[in-house]
Design a protein around this ligand. Structure first.
Ligand code: IPM
Ligand code: MN
Length: 351
C-alpha cells in the first residue's frame, strides 16, 4: 500500500474549518482507494505570530521539503498588518520551495452558480498557469525621499529567461496533457511592458516550436479580462506572469461560482507542492460553520492528482460536482442550505 506524508497548515480564519473537511475527505478517499496518509500539523499563521512574534520558524522550509505535499487553509489575520503574514509565510513558502507554478483551474460546475448570463459548464472550463516566483512579487523596489512631496516609489517586475522558460514549458506540457482544445494563450501586455513581455513573448514562440501539436494565441491582460467575461469558451490554458495571474484568477473564481469553489496549487514539479483554496481567511465567517469547504476539497483533489492518485482525485472532484449540482442552494458562505461540516459529510458519502 502506498503511503504519503502530508504537511497540513490550517492557518488563519476559516482555514482550519475548511481544512478539517478536506482531511475528512482525504481519509475516506484513502480508505476507498487503498493508500494511506500520515499528516503532520503546523500552526503557522496570525495567532502564532501574535503570541511568539515569529512568522515562520527557521526550520520550517527544511522540514516541509521532506513531505510529499502540503495542504494549506488560509493565511491572513485581521490583527496583523497586511503583508507580514502573506509575505512571511505564503510567499516565503512559494519562493523557498521553488513552487514556480500557480495552477488555477476555472471550471463552472453548474450554470446556476455563474454570474454571467447564459453560460454553461461546457463554456467555462479553462486553466490559468500563473508564474509564481518572479515578476512584481520578487519584492524589488525602493522609496526615494519617502514622506516628502518629491517621494518616488518604484516596484520592479523581475523576469528571468530561466524562470519564464520553465513556466512556459510547464504550460505547454500541461496543455498537451489536458488534451482538450490544445490551445495555449499567453496573457501579457506587450504594448506597454516592452521589456518584461518582450522576453515572455520571444520565449513563448521559441518554446512553441517544440510543441507543434499545441495552438498558440496571445491576448493583452485587459483584453483577457474582457474575453473571460464575454467569451470564456475561447480559453483552454492561459499562461501569464505572477501579478496578472493573481488578478485574472480572482476574476476566474467569480465566473466559476465564487471563492467557495476556487482552488489552486503551488507546484514545484521537481519538489514539494502546496495546495490551497484561493479565497483567503474570511475573518467575518470564522467559526460560524457557514463557509463553503468545497474550494478546500477541490484543492485536496488537486493534491491527490499531484501524488499520482488520479482515481481518488477524480472521485473527489466528481463527488463535489454532484453535491454542488444536486444539493447546494448556492456556493456562497451562509447560503448553501447546509453547514460547513454537512457539506464535507455529503462529499464523503458520495465518494
Ligand atoms: C493569492 C493571494 C496571494 C497572492 C496573497 C495573499 C499574497 O492573493 O494566492 O492569489 O497575491 O498571491
Ligand atoms: Mn490573489
Amino acid at each position: 500500500m502506498k503511503s504519503y506524508k502530508i504537511a497540513v497548515i490550517p492557518g488563519d480564519g476559516t482555514g482550519p474549518e475548511v481544512v478539517r473537511e478536506g482531511l475528512k475527505v482525504l481519509e475516506a478517499a484513502a480508505a476507498k482507494y487503498n493508500f494511506s496518509c500520515e499528516t503532520v500539523n503546523y500552526d503557522f499563521g496570525g495567532e502564532r505570530y501574535l503570541k511568539t512574534g515569529e512568522v515562520l520558524p527557521a526550520s520550517a522550509i527544511k522540514e516541509l521539503s521532506g513531505f510529499d505535499a502540503i495542504y494549506l487553509g488560509a493565511i491572513g489575520h485581521p490583527g496583523v498588518k497586511p503583508g507580514i503574514l502573506e509575505k512571511g509565510i505564503l510567499l516565503t513558502l512559494r519562493f523557498s520551495l521553488e513552487q514556480y507554478i500557480n495552477l488555477r483551474p476555472v471550471r463552472l460546475y453548474d450554470s446556476r452558480f455563474c454570474p454571467l448570463k447564459d453560460k454553461t459548464p461546457e463554456q467555462i472550463d479553462f486553466v490559468v498557469v500563473r508564474e509564481n516566483t518572479e515578476g512584481l512579487y520578487k519584492g524589488i523596489g525602493e522609496f526615494k525621499d519617502k514622506g516628502t512631496v518629491d517621494e518616488i516609489a518604484t516596484q520592479v517586475s523581475y523576469n528571468t529567461r530561466r524562470g519564464v522558460e520553465r513556466c512556459l514549458r510547464y504550460a505547454f506540457e500541461y496543455t498537451r496533457k489536458r488534451n482538450k482544445k490544445k490551445t495555449l494563450t499567453l496573457c501579457g501586455k506587450t504594448n506597454v511592458l516592452t521589456y518584461a513581455f518582450d522576453l515572455w513573448e520571444r520565449t513563448f514562440h521559441e518554446v512553441a516550436k517544440e510543441y507543434p501539436d499545441i495552438k498558440t494565441d496571445y491576448a493583452h491582460v485587459d483584453a483577457t479580462c474582457m474575453w473571460m467575461v464575454k467569451n470564456p469558451e475561447w480559453f483552454d490554458v492561459i499562461v501569464t506572469d505572477n501579478m496578472f495571474g493573481d488578478i485574472i484568477t480572482d476574476l476566474g473564481a467569480m465566473i466559476q461560482g465564487g471563492m467557495g469553489i476556487a482552488a489552486g496549487g503551488n507546484i514545484n514539479p521537481e519538489g514539494v507542492s502546496m495546495f490551497e483554496p484561493i479565497g483567503g481567511s474570511a475573518p467575518k465567517y470564522t467559526g460560524k460553520e457557514v463557509i463553503n469547504p468545497m474550494a478546500a476539497i477541490c484543492a485536496l483533489a488537486m493534491l491527490l492528482s499531484q501524488l499520482g492518485e488520479e482515481k481518488a482525485a477524480s472521485a473527489v472532484e466528481n463527488s463535489v460536482i454532484k453535491i454542488a449540482r444536486e444539493k447546494l442552494k448556492s456556493l456562497a458562505a451562509g447560503k448553501m442550505g447546509y453547514s460547513t461540516s454537512q457539506v464535507g459529510d455529503l462529499v464523503v458519502k458520495n465518494l
